[in-house]
Design a protein around this ligand. Structure first.
Ligand code: DSN
Length: 405
């Protein structure tokens, strides 16, 4: 068979996407470009190898090399995060989360998690997801006054509902979480403490956020949000939960994992322990914090008054916009963000009153804390003009210039 080396249509689209990324500012909190070494592992022939099971106990032949690769990924992750047990097979963060339910809960069991609109995640008991359909999602909130987790309410809900699992973490909560307080609540309620560190894991690896590992029974993470690995998931756990989680990932949730992705995760774990990675995470957080203060100076409000992490939820209702309209205006000016909802938002989820911004991609594109005023100014000017306004072209050119430098 003749091997094809190009696909003109797809190649052209890949080139267009590269051009889009290079000329617009990526402020999507869950996207971070992977390093060339991670991408090389992803593109390798390992993608063709089937290796159901675990190193040393596979359902396929010829696994001697991939066994070493998987063990290396596990060992590196265990060292990086100080975890007893690591499972590198989950195909995504959501698949890792499904495995946690499979390991610790039965259908119908109550699970207590941060409300989706207050910064949680759809796999934390939302009705639109398996987690809310097959389990009983009970939700704690942030306080209306300061938009931070209400640990008193959390404790009360835990003691009343006796959830099988208490979940911490999410996709849009920008403040550090008091893992010690959660451990105490989980112990009192006799619940499993699961921390979904999909966003946080990179900051933990970089040493700029507290680690949930000493407190949680189980921690799930995505390897591609602030971490710069492949799209995928991972589970860190206490030794006592090793067997249950292994069975939950394979064969309960998945068949064979992607060995190319596991190799890329190994690369990512090595990179994430370097001083350079620590510096990248520190700059990412400082840029997010500086961007928040500059946006406040520009007239916007930040949920909870700021951020401890790489992401922030920015309230745009004060300037008369919905989240979706803000997303569109910024996109017209070459600034890419996600619409978001505020805790206690009166707008429907489809529009929201906020945007979520994250700074990891910008730092990797070469921007630093000193660029925050320029970014904030560009955002404020873009937000004031309707889509189609001539001013957006000027802002877009300025953003492209900034990235070019
Ligand atoms: N899509 C992810 C995010 O943007 O945070 C959540 O799964």
């Amino acid at each position: 068979m003749t091997e094809t080396t190009t696909d003109p249509e797809i190649d052209a689209l890949i080139a267009r996407e590269a051009q889009r990324r290079a000329t617009t500012l990526q402020l999507i909190a869950s996207e971070t470009p992977a390093s060339p070494a991670v991408r090389a592992a992803l593109a390798s022939d390992l993608g063709a190898k089937y290796a159901e099971g675990y190193p040393g106990a596979r359902y396929h032949g010829g696994c001697e090399v991939v066994d070493e690769i998987e063990q290396l990924a596990v060992d590196r992750a265990a060292t990086l995060f100080g975890a007893d047990d690591v499972n590198v097979q989950p195909l995504s963060g959501s698949a890792a989360n499904l495995a946690v339910y499979a390991a610790f809960a039965q259908p119908g069991d109550p699970v207590l998690a941060l409300h989706l609109h207050h910064g949680g995640h759809q796999t934390h008991g939302s009705r639109a997801n398996f987690s809310g359909r097959w389990f009983t999602g009970i939700h704690y909130n942030v306080r209306e006054s300061d938009e931070r987790i209400d640990y008193d309410e959390l404790r009360e809900l835990a003691l009343v509902h006796r959830p099988r699992i208490i979940v911490a973490g999410g996709a849009a909560y920008s403040r550090f979480i008091d893992f010690a307080a959660l451990r105490a609540i989980a112990d009192d309620a006799d619940a499993i403490l699961w921390v979904d560190a999909a966003h946080l894991a990179g900051l933990v690896a970089g040493g700029v956020a507290p680690s949930p590992v000493p407190y949680a029974d189980v921690v799930t993470l995505a390897t591609h949000k602030v971490l710069r690995g492949p799209r995928g998931g991972m589970i860190l756990a206490r030794e006592a939960h090793r067997a249950a989680l292994r069975k939950a990932v394979h064969p309960f949730v998945q068949g064979g994992s992607s060995m190319n992705s596991i190799a890329a995760k190994a690369v990512c774990m090595r990179e994430s322990g370097t001083a350079e990675f620590a510096e990248y995470t520190a700059t990412t957080v400082s840029l997010a914090q500086r961007l928040c203060s500059d946006l406040v100076e520009g007239g916007l409000r930040i949920v909870s008054g700021g951020t401890d992490t790489h992401l922030a939820v920015v309230d745009v209702s004060g300037i008369g916009l919905t989240g979706i309209e803000a997303q569109r205006r910024l996109a017209a000016a070459g600034i890419v963000v996600d619409k978001a909802v505020l805790p206690y938002d009166s707008e429907p989820v489809t529009s929201g009153s906020a945007i979520r911004v994250g700074t990891s991609s910008s730092v990797l594109a070469g921007l630093g804390v000193d660029d925050a005023p320029v970014i904030a100014d560009a955002m404020m000017r873009a937000l004031r003009e309707p889509v189609g306004a001539a001013q957006h072209a000027g802002i877009r050119a300025r953003i492209a210039d900034l990235l070019d430098r």
